[in-house]
Write a protein that binds this ligand. Structure first.
Ligand code: CS2
Length: 502
């Protein structure tokens, strides 16, 4: 017994040896030691651990198949690899709302690699005949493409080095070299499933891999072999999974009785719609609730434009307004009204809804999910990398509305708010905003002193890799952006959003 006042004994770390210490309902649903690796996942962040890994584990549990263990690759920092290695790949997922909380340890991550430190091992795993699926969550910027053209960034030294034959450091390089090694070994067909929030994510990745192969020093005939043996199914993924906080780790330790430094917290809602395009064995994900469909596009447009578009709106306007979290921003009546107007008047007319979906219910469900107070999803986290996110989330809506002669005012206010966050770097209360973006330096250089009306709009549109030639040359876009910049320079963002919603 622990004596009152005596220091508590340190909790043991979560690992295979301590699984029996867990409350029975929190133990993995299958024996992790009985799984062999059949999937390589690139980008083992919190999202993968709360989404594809969960579907895969449930599919294994329900089918009894033991060949779908995951080799989880961290792309940038080795931190996730180190944490997971110390825990034999085990981590807990807590699904939480204000009214419920369920925690469970998952055991499907059977191997961990750090791409930066072990690039050859990543290539070898993709080439391994026991692997037949590669999945990816590497964030939008991980594709190293220009959002407006969907082509690889010109002059990127890492892409050039990967193309020339260095052990690959870029994601596109890893996939291309992995496929080359797979063809040499005769390991057979493979599916490469992008699970990032990009329009036509699989089609985009296929094109980028083709580009690096065409540019680089690769085996003759590789692209033809990819065309006949490798598929790149598109998919729509959905679950809100914020970065884990120290409080989340403390709650996990309390619930589990062991220390889990790789714990993840997410909402209960989850969805995965995946293009049914496989020429190789895959986990029976449909047993776990994934929808395998012929065409993902309507699901993807709905989710990217309604959920992610609104998320970005709350992130930029909420951050300027001084809110820390999405839940706080979504509770502001003016911001909520703004999001409703954005969705109902600008996004809705651009969508072809999947058969079973009613837009009003979908929009309300999304707003309800944003309000989840347990998640502590920071506005600045959702706001990060906007230059890569605006295209799939908002600029498609802008283009479709302009094409029918309508004025996408709300969508372009969000674009102006993004630029203002980067260029001014403080909220309306004068507090610093830390929002990383690969094009932050360019935006600052272009805008200098923002909020100067027509001139600021003109200069921002110089960012061709975001806006493309079409939007950059459109007088209506320039006029609406100028109106937004002027409004944000003369009144607090929350008042501006409230006025736009009227
Ligand atoms: C968010 C997404 O961080 C962001 O940009 O909009 O990660 C969002 O939480 C997910 O797409 C929800 O499925």
């Amino acid at each position: 017994m622990h004596e009152p006042g005596a220091p508590a004994a340190p909790r043991p770390r979560l690992d295979l040896a301590h699984l029996r210490r867990l409350p029975p309902e929190a133990r993995p649903a299958l024996d992790p030691g009985g799984l062999t690796v059949g999937i390589v996942h690139l980008g083992v962040g919190a999202f993968h651990r709360a989404h594809q890994a969960v579907y895969t584990e449930r599919a294994s549990e329900l089918s009894g198949e033991t060949r779908w263990g995951i080799c989880a690759v961290s792309e940038r920092s080795p931190a996730a690899t180190d944490l997971l290695r110390a825990q034999d790949g085990l981590y807990s997922l807590r699904l939480a709302t204000a009214h419920s909380s369920v925690v469970r340890v998952l055991g499907s991550l059977r191997e961990t690699l750090h791409a930066g430190g072990e690039p050859e091992a990543v290539v070898a795993r993709i080439a391994d005949p026991s692997v037949s699926v590669v999945t990816l969550t590497v964030t939008e910027k991980g594709y190293r493409h220009d959002p407006a053209t969907g082509r690889l960034v010109r002059g990127d030294p890492d892409l050039a080095a990967d193309a020339a034959g260095r052990p690959p450091r870029t994601v596109v390089g890893q996939v291309a070299r992995g496929l080359e090694a797979r063809r040499r070994l005769g390991s057979g067909p493979l599916a490469v499933c992008s699970c990032d929030n990009l329009t036509g994510n699989g089609t985009l990745l296929r094109r980028l891999v083709g580009e690096v192969v065409a540019r680089g020093d690769f085996d003759d005939g590789l692209d033809g072999w990819i065309a006949s043996s490798v598929t790149f199914p598109c998919s729509m993924v959905d679950r809100i999974v914020p970065a884990t906080t120290p409080d989340d780790l403390a709650v996990a330790a309390e619930l589990l009785g062991v220390d889990d430094r790789a714990a993840v917290v997410a909402e209960p809602f989850t969805q995965w719609v995946l293009e049914d395009d496989f020429r190789c064995p895959r986990p029976p994900w449909e047993l776990a609730g994934a929808d395998l469909v012929a065409d993902v596009a309507p699901y993807e447009a709905l989710k990217l434009r309604v959920l992610n578009g609104s998320h970005s709106a709350l992130a930029y306007l909420g951050a300027l307004g001084g809110f820390a979290t999405i839940a706080e921003a979504a509770a502001h009546p003016g911001l909520e009204a703004f999001v409703r107007r954005l969705v109902d008047e600008e996004v809705a007319p651009t969508l072809e809804l999947p058969g079973s979906v009613e837009l009003g219910s979908y929009r309300d469900e999304v707003l309800g999910r944003f309000a989840n107070p347990v998640l502590r999803h920071r506005c600045t986290q959702v706001a990060s990398d906007g230059s890569q996110k605006l295209g799939p989330r908002l600029l498609g809506t802008v283009r479709d509305r302009l094409a029918v002669g309508a004025s996408p005012r709300c969508a372009l206010l969000v674009v102006a708010a993004w630029a203002r966050v980067l260029a001014v770097g403080v909220d309306d209360l004068g507090r610093a905003l830390d929002v990383p973006d690969p094009l932050a330096g360019r935006v600052r250089a272009l805008l200098g002193e923002p909020g100067t009306g027509a001139d600021a709009a003109e200069r921002l549109l110089g960012l061709r890799e975001v806006f493309g030639e079409d939007l950059a040359g459109d007088d209506r876009v320039r006029g609406l952006l100028a109106e937004s910049f002027a409004a944000l320079a003369s009144a607090p963002a929350l008042d501006v959003a409230t006025a736009f919603a009227r």
